[in-house]
Design a protein around this ligand. Structure first.
Ligand SMILES: [Mg+2]
Length: 422
């Protein structure tokens, strides 16, 4: 039997657990695109690297200001503008029409009594980690699926007829211990358990006994992994309900692996197990800003983001061999480049490759509005032989990067920059 445990409106619940005054009110957690890393005058940045698992972005800033005004209100000329978007909203606010990704200004318009607090990621990651450890003691076969979701397999651990009561107790224990509400879905198939959780929310436990009957009338877009694009495609085949999928086995099999996988997940016949180590597969960072045409400034930003990636790579001790850079321009244009570099990762190597990639994708006549950097294909996941041609110098660079890592860990990420960033 699988349990899918999902924290109810996680960021909101986390804020409420440290400030009970936020309970039972219309509230939301809001966020802003963090452009602070490009600030040349930035000082006093301390890193918090609590290394609490696969979903941690290991770089946090402790100079975050808490008040609504300082985070979300910006002076534009002589007027004030509310910036930012809703990250999570309370059930009270949702009843008012407030939704995730809605601009905060709009949310306040439709729900004037809404209280918006700035997101506090260190708190969320700490809680996520503590709750993970707590559930792990109750369910040894556990997978952390996202920052606020867990799959547990209790087969051979809890008798089938006791699973429902076990889930109720676990839910109660998490509430008492952390003051955090969770919902739990139960099924003999992993993805059906996840789907069931949607019917348990908020603060419920839902057990699926008959998978066929359960899925029959559920709209396809409710199923994890069916996005807008795929939904449209399925609808063009008159597939609207999960029950329709079950009746179109031949069609799904004609779509090869992704189709076959989805078919079995939807029908609960996938036999997928808990994946014990939800390893991180890539490290990425992206920033959106007002259009920039100055080549030096765009490159400076690429290099700053590169330094943050280097820090994360070193913090979780992986060796990425695939580098990715994308620049989005105004009017929806974009350029990207990917390189496979089978060498020992170091800051110097990464920045020199990026520099060449940058030259290939930057267009001075267009305004750059977004940068995305990503590294993946860690050697631990994709065993391969690293190039020995540059081995000596690569190892030297690696030692240097480790040394920088040590200094940055102690004194902050801004303590050492390279020439290309200044
Ligand atoms: Mg959740």
């Amino acid at each position: 039997m699988f349990l899918h445990i999902d924290i109810d409106s996680f960021f909101v619940s986390a804020e409420r657990s440290v400030d009970p005054g936020l309970k039972n009110i219309h509230m939301a957690v809001g966020g802003r695109s963090n452009l602070e890393i490009f600030n040349k005058k930035r000082i006093h940045i301390k890193l918090m690297n609590d290394n609490s698992g696969a979903f941690v972005a290991p770089v946090f800033y402790s100079d975050r200001q808490k008040s609504f005004r300082s985070v979300f209100v910006e002076k534009v000329g002589d007027r004030e503008k509310i910036r930012g978007i809703v990250t999570t909203s309370s059930y009270e606010a949702r009843a008012c029409g407030v939704k995730t990704a809605m601009p905060i200004a709009q949310a306040l318009q439709i729900c004037p009594k809404l209280v918006v607090v700035a997101s506090n990621y260190p708190l969320y990651h700490r809680l996520s980690h503590q709750i993970h450890q707590f559930i792990q003691m109750r369910i040894p076969s556990l997978e952390q699926y996202s920052i606020d979701e867990f799959f547990g397999d209790v087969s051979g651990w809890i008798a089938e007829e006791d699973v429902y009561v076990f889930a109720l107790q676990l839910q109660q224990e998490i509430l008492e211990r952390f003051d955090i509400p969770v919902s739990i879905g139960i099924s003999k198939a992993k993805w059906i358990a996840k789907l069931a959780t949607e019917f348990a929310k908020p603060f419920g436990v839902y057990r699926v006994k008959d998978i066929d009957a359960f899925i029959e009338d559920i709209p396809i877009e409710k199923f994890p992994g069916i996005g807008r694009g795929f939904q449209k495609r399925l609808e063009s085949y008159s597939i609207h309900k999960l029950g329709d999928i079950k009746r179109r086995k031949t069609l799904f099999y004609s779509w090869k692996k992704p189709g076959i996988e989805l078919y079995h997940r939807v029908t609960g016949s996938d036999n997928e197990a808990i994946s014990r180590r939800s390893e991180r597969k890539s490290i990425g960072i992206s920033r959106t800003f007002d259009p920039i045409t100055d080549a030096d400034e765009v490159k400076r930003r690429v290099m700053i983001m590169a330094r943050h990636i280097v820090y994360m790579v070193m913090a979780i001790e992986v060796n990425p061999t695939r580098y990715y850079l994308k620049i989005n321009y105004e009017y929806g244009l974009r350029e990207k480049q990917t390189r496979t570099i089978d060498r020992i990762f170091s800051e110097a190597l990464f920045k020199s490759e990026l520099s060449e990639m940058y030259n290939a994708v930057f267009h001075p006549d267009r305004g750059a509005v977004k940068l995305s950097l990503n590294v993946s294909n860690f050697t631990s996941n994709h065993p391969k032989t690293l190039s020995f041609l540059e081995l000596d110098s690569d190892m030297k660079q690696e030692r240097l990067t480790k040394h920088l890592q040590d200094l940055r860990g102690r004194f902050g990420l801004d303590i050492i920059k390279t020439g290309s960033e200044l």
